[in-house]
Every structure is written in structure tokens, then in C-alpha cells.
Design a protein around this ligand. Structure first.
Ligand SMILES: [Zn+2]
Length: 185
């Protein structure tokens, strides 16, 4: 790290501590030539993620947009906004780790589903219905079968939410209100 005073490139680290609630490391350094002390921050490089929509349009990954869609699908399922935000955190971190920078909407939707599956059957089916654009009750049944066959009863992840029947008509059916994640604009 180049000294800001004399431009010498060697310094010694006097102190390292975590900063920005663990998102960076702050280092106190001393120039080996002029003894000037300065501070550097080390962060994970954040690379923008692009989402490819069904109609071929591209836009930057927008977590608040994804959250809105999830909140709508997960209404009255017992999942809190905090639960949904931590799902998005996980997904965003996962996408950041990959070498590709562009992801189809469907791929992000599948990542959401993977996580909803272990949390709430109703949320899973509702979210699947909007982002996979179900055509009718048969698709619903297929998603339910998929859910049941993928849920391993051995690890205690059995569906727990039984108070709502996702196939019954509701006042705000997710079929009629697709989240903006999937809508063509
Ligand atoms: Zn210096």
C-alpha cells in the first residue's frame, strides 16, 4: 500500500480491526520510509448483478423489488419481513460468489423457492404460482407434488403450515397479482 506522503510502497500494519459491522477490515499502517501513519480499509469487492427477464430485457438486481414480490407471496404464512430479508441476503451472497454476472429471473426465482421450501409450504406454492406463471390448478397440484417429494421427512423439514389451503380461492389470489419480479414492464 503506497504511502500518501512519500509514495513508498512498503508499510507495516500497526493494528487491524473489523469495521462496518464485519463488512470490512480497518488497518492502521505506518510507512517504512517516512513513518507517516495512515488507515486503509479492506472490503469484499461488490460486483453488480444483472437480471435477465423473460422478455430478454436486462436490469440490475433490485433487492427491494424481489422483497416486494416475496412479501406478497408470503402474506399470512408466519414468515416475517426479517425472514424474507435474510433469504435475500443469502441469495445475493450466493450470486456474488459465482463467476457469471447475469442471471435469468427464473434462476433467482428457483433460489427463492429452494429456501421457502424448508420454511413454509404455502409460501412455496404461492411464490411458485406467480413466478412460474401457473396456468391452472394442474400446475398447482404439480408444485405441491414437487414440494412433497422434495421434502425429506428424515430431517424434520416436513411442511408445518396446514391452516391455509392454497388451492381455495382467496380475496387476493397471487395468480392475479404477479410480483414485479416477473412482470414484463
Ligand atoms: Zn512515507
Amino acid at each position: 500500500m503506497q504511502c500518501p506522503v512519500c509514495q513508498y510502497t512498503n508499510s507495516r500494519v500497526l493494528e487491524s480491526r473489523s469495521a462496518e459491522s464485519g463488512k470490512s477490515i480497518r488497518r492502521r499502517r505506518e510507512c517504512l520510509q517516512c513513518q507517516h501513519r495512515f488507515t486503509t480499509y479492506e472490503r469484499i469487492e461488490f460486483v453488480p448483478i444483472t437480471v435477465m427477464k423473460r422478455d430478454g430485457k436486462r436490469e440490475s438486481f433490485d433487492r427491494s423489488k424481489l422483497l416486494r414480490g416475496m412479501v406478497r407471496a408470503c402474506e399470512k404464512t408466519g414468515l416475517s419481513a426479517l425472514d424474507l430479508e435474510s433469504i435475500i441476503d443469502e441469495i445475493e451472497a450466493e450470486l456474488q460468489q459465482r463467476s457469471q454476472r447475469e442471471f435469468p429471473t427464473q434462476e433467482i426465482g428457483e433460489l427463492v423457492l429452494q429456501r421457502l421450501k424448508s420454511l413454509s409450504e404455502v409460501a412455496y406454492v404461492r411464490f411458485a404460482s406467480v413466478y412460474r406463471q401457473f396456468q391452472g390448478i394442474r400446475d398447482f397440484a404439480e408444485a405441491l407434488n414437487h414440494f412433497q417429494s422434495d421434502t425429506d421427512p428424515q430431517n424434520g423439514n416436513e411442511p408445518t403450515s396446514t391452516e391455509e389451503d392454497p388451492s381455495s380461492p382467496r380475496e387476493s389470489s397471487p395468480l392475479e397479482t404477479p410480483p414485479s419480479l416477473c412482470s414484463a414492464s
